[in-house]
Design a protein around this ligand. Structure first.
Ligand SMILES: *[C@@H]1O[C@H](CO)[C@@H](O)[C@H](O)[C@H]1NC(C)=O
Ligand SMILES: *[C@@H]1O[C@H](CO)[C@@H](O)[C@H](O)[C@H]1NC(C)=O
Ligand SMILES: *[C@@H]1O[C@H](CO)[C@@H](O)[C@H](O)[C@H]1NC(C)=O
Ligand SMILES: *[C@@H]1O[C@H](CO)[C@@H](O)[C@H](O)[C@H]1NC(C)=O
Ligand SMILES: *[C@@H]1O[C@H](CO)[C@@H](O)[C@H](O)[C@H]1NC(C)=O
Ligand SMILES: *[C@@H]1O[C@H](CO)[C@@H](O)[C@H](O)[C@H]1NC(C)=O
Ligand SMILES: *[C@@H]1O[C@H](CO)[C@@H](O)[C@H](O)[C@H]1NC(C)=O
Length: 697
């Protein structure tokens, strides 16, 4: 029998066979999410040309990242520098559209390797309008609350992802040893232990590492998490006189015990990337330090993520920067830097590195190590599977839940340094009910000032228009009783204050925003007219002074005129957290994570130093109880029925109420004792109370 097929059937059959063949050719190990990551990396690497490998090592600024460039050079990463946004007040959707456009360029390259977009999200998603701005790290260290740091990490990751970004250059794990450093506020503490504890934020940003993961292997838990970056490796907070990017003079033992521990903690927690410091260690630029980057970080600590340079970090290996870029590229890549934040002139970097490899100055093994690490992180992030972002998370940006979390962080980050001129006469909590109160100072009604540097723009801003949040003044207004008149004058004269019968005043002063070198200060003074406002207000009326600053500042000789003093650091957008504790809805709990010096000529001075003579020592912080907890304590104590409690409660009532024929019982106290917001006992119901038998007098 002879089979005869219709010609059309033959064609169909051939097409089917052809299809199978095409599919077999199309199968690429690196594109198969079921394959182990190490195999995917190996497979992809084996397909890459030198040009494609070097392209992966380049991170360029968004201002130069066109689709065409992404495709032509197979660029590995794009970033927003501080304040670099697609539009002023860009929405989450604007961000996503911009980043997806860039990503489509990367995906159209020969091998279709997705790029990763990175941004400095160092206290929330700080470049972005409408994002929740959390307290800077200097305030978070005060909380001693790693779980809070982790929750902030999770919230930040969601807000960053809401804008289509999978990579945050955070946390800064510098151990700031000298507050004259302009980046001191990016450091959790002068104490390495606190900095280590706060690396818990990495688990919030990236997700909890699985039980079975190997130490040092990076981890990113899917589309609601981001790759983190521990920075700046290493010794950035130890430079001479706190000069930014300067020289950290310390022996190996000091480096390992002060500046290194938080890197080990970060690596154990699966941090994906580490950024190198501009600074030098004993005269050698960290960007060229092979011993520490390759010898320590990669070999000894077994860090398996990638190492990224800082912005133009290679250029700054020489002085002046970019004097010999050929040398810089050689030294930086040989030291072990895997991804180079260029960020503008990428063709120069690419051509120099290419010729170095071709001429044998840099080995292919070094390039393969760099590219393997970058690809490993990209596979781990799942970005090959889902390179483009959708709008599903846009409502996370500046969400109410995140603002509540930031408000909690503000409350816990405040340090009460003085509370009343005599110990038995405390000023805080302030009464919500008062005829008239005064709020003063340059920082009372300025969202930009309370957020500090790295907010909306690199250097920060002034005023209330550039993002959304609650100033301290508006927080006070919405916390006090509706009958309390709040007068706000930023710099009142003494006569006015004296003649106005204010019940008390709140003065909010400090530093203006700054970032990096612009924040270096050898005098650490409060900005004018802060001292004048303190003199004029505190000289005339009982006052609370709130200091908004990135570090301890000179506070003498004003201490004696101040009734209560609060260090609020750089609290961010949720100023309501300050009013929460000022007015007793919550207690003060914060403890200094930095030494508060008396005079700048004592610096550097850190806890444990032999010449330690601070104004307020590391760990200092007065506490107050919230009105709620005082009530709870007295009522639950009352339920105990212990005789002395009975006596205390009874005398409290007797002193506060016009007793007359009142009868009290301890049991009924439980439901009756109430303190109003002014700390006055509510007496209306007192007549119904009975105290074990007839207490009528
Ligand atoms: C900012 O957030 C508010 C409240 O969620 C929203 O109404 C507004 O549209 C947002 N603005 C932008 C530019 O995203
Ligand atoms: C680790 O455990 C997860 C599930 O708990 C599993 O999916 C993964 O394959 C495991 N990884 C390794 C390296 O064993
Ligand atoms: C440190 O600062 C001093 C003074 O500005 C400068 O002369 C020196 O070159 C700097 N050192 C480094 C390593 O940046
Ligand atoms: C730049 O550095 C390279 C490598 O160290 C060196 O050979 C070269 O002479 C330097 N060029 C200049 C102009 O200093
Ligand atoms: C980039 O660097 C090359 C080589 O140094 C130089 O010729 C070119 O002008 C630079 N381009 C820009 C935009 O700076
Ligand atoms: C506060 O305490 C001091 C001494 O400890 C005492 O002299 C003073 O009278 C007290 N003041 C009040 C208001 O109780
Ligand atoms: C303190 O130092 C800063 C920064 O260097 C400077 O701008 C300011 O003028 C100085 N203030 C005083 C009072 O010297």
């Amino acid at each position: 029998m002879c089979w005869r097929l219709h010609p059309l059937l033959w064609i169909t059959l051939l097409l089917k066979l052809n299809h199978v063949v095409v599919e077999a050719v199309d199968y690429l190990v690196y594109k198969d999410a079921k394959q182990p990551i190490t195999l995917r990396v190996k497979d992809l690497l084996s397909r890459m040309t030198l040009e494609e490998k070097i392209g992966q090592m380049a991170q360029i600024d968004r201002s130069v990242a066109t689709q065409d460039i992404m495709q032509t050079y197979s660029i590995g990463s794009v970033l927003s520098g501080g304040g670099s946004t697609p539009l002023p007040k860009a929405t989450a959707e604007d961000w996503i559209n911009m980043i997806n456009d860039i990503q489509r360029g990367a995906l159209s390259s020969r091998l279709g390797i997705p790029m990763i977009y990175g941004i400095d999200a160092v206290h929330g998603h700080n470049n972005v309008y409408n994002a929740t701005i959390f307290p800077h790290n200097v305030g978070l260290g005060v909380t001693r609350d790693p779980d809070l740091a982790k929750r902030i990490g999770s919230a930040t990751a969601l807000e960053v992802r809401a804008t289509g970004i999978p990579y945050a250059f955070a946390p800064c794990i510098a151990v700031c040893r000298d507050p004259r450093w302009g980046r001191c506020y990016e450091s959790y503490s002068e104490d390495p232990k606190i900095v280590q504890d706060m690396t818990e934020i990495i688990l919030g940003l990236q997700g909890d590492i699985p039980e079975n993961s190997t130490k040092g292997v990076p981890y990113v838990g899917g589309r609601t998490k981001v790759a983190a970056c521990a920075k700046h490796f290493v010794g950035d907070g130890g430079t001479t006189n706190g000069i930014n990017e300067n020289n950290t003079v310390i022996d190996m033992h000091g480096l390992l015990s002060i500046h290194m521990p938080a890197y080990l903690s970060s690596i154990i927690k699966g941090v994906s990337t580490v950024m190198v410091s501009y600074s030098s260690w004993n005269g050698e630029k960290m960007h060229a330090n092979q011993n520490l980057i390759t010898g320590f970080l990669k070999n000894k600590f077994k860090f398996k993520g990638f190492v990224i340079s800082d912005w133009e970090g290679l250029d700054r290996i020489t002085s002046p920067p970019h004097k010999n870029y050929t040398y810089s590229v050689l030294a930086g890549v040989e030291a072990g830097i895997d991804m180079v934040m260029i960020p503008q002139n990428f063709t120069e970097f690419i051509s120099i590195l290419t010729s170095m490899v071709k001429s044998g100055f840099i080995s292919m093994e070094r390039i393969d190590d760099a590219v393997s690490r970058i690809l490993f992180v990209k596979f781990k992030m799942g970005i090959f599977e889902e390179p483009l972002s959708d709008l599903s998370l846009v409502n996370e940006l500046g969400s109410q839940a995140h603002r509540e979390l930031a408000r909690e962080a503000v409350r816990k980050s405040l340090v009460l340094l003085k509370n009343g001129k005599e110990t038995n006469n405390s000023m805080i909590p302030l009464p919500k009910k008062a005829p008239k109160i005064l709020v003063s100072g340059s920082h009372a009604d300025n969202l930009g000032y309370q957020c500090g540097g790295w907010t909306i723009t690199w250097q920060g801003f002034s005023g209330n228009k550039d993002t959304r949040g609650t100033t301290i003044l508006s927080a006070i207004r919405s916390t006090v009783d509706s009958s309390t008149e709040v007068v706000f004058i930023d710099n009142p004269d003494a006569g006015f204050v004296k003649s106005n019968n204010f019940a008390y005043a709140v003065v909010i002063v400090g530093e203006y925003p700054y970032a990096e070198t612009n924040g270096d200060s050898q005098n650490l003074t409060m900005v004018d007219p802060g001292p004048e406002v303190i003199n004029n207000v505190c000289g005339a009326v009982k006052c609370v002074v709130i200091v908004i600053s990135g570090r301890p500042i000179v506070i003498e000789p004003y201490m004696s005129s101040i009734d209560a003093l609060v260090a609020a650091w750089l609290p961010g957008t949720e100023g309501q957290g300050i009013a929460d504790v000022l007015y007793g809805d919550y207690g003060f709990t914060g403890k200094l994570a930095r030494t508060w010096f008396k005079t700048v000529d004592q610096l550097p001075m850190n806890v444990g130093d032999s010449n330690y003579d601070p104004l307020f020592p590391f760990g200092f912080g007065l506490t107050t109880e919230s009105v709620g907890s005082i009530v709870k304590r007295s009522t639950s104590a009352g339920a105990d029925g212990r005789p002395y409690v009975t006596v205390i409660l009874a005398s409290l009532f007797l002193s506060l109420c016009v007793a007359g024929r009142m009868r009290f019982t301890v049991v009924s106290c439980k439901s009756r004792v109430e303190l109003d917001e002014n700390f006055n006992m509510e007496c209306e119901s007192a007549g119904q109370l009975e105290l074990g038998g007839d207490a009528a007098r």
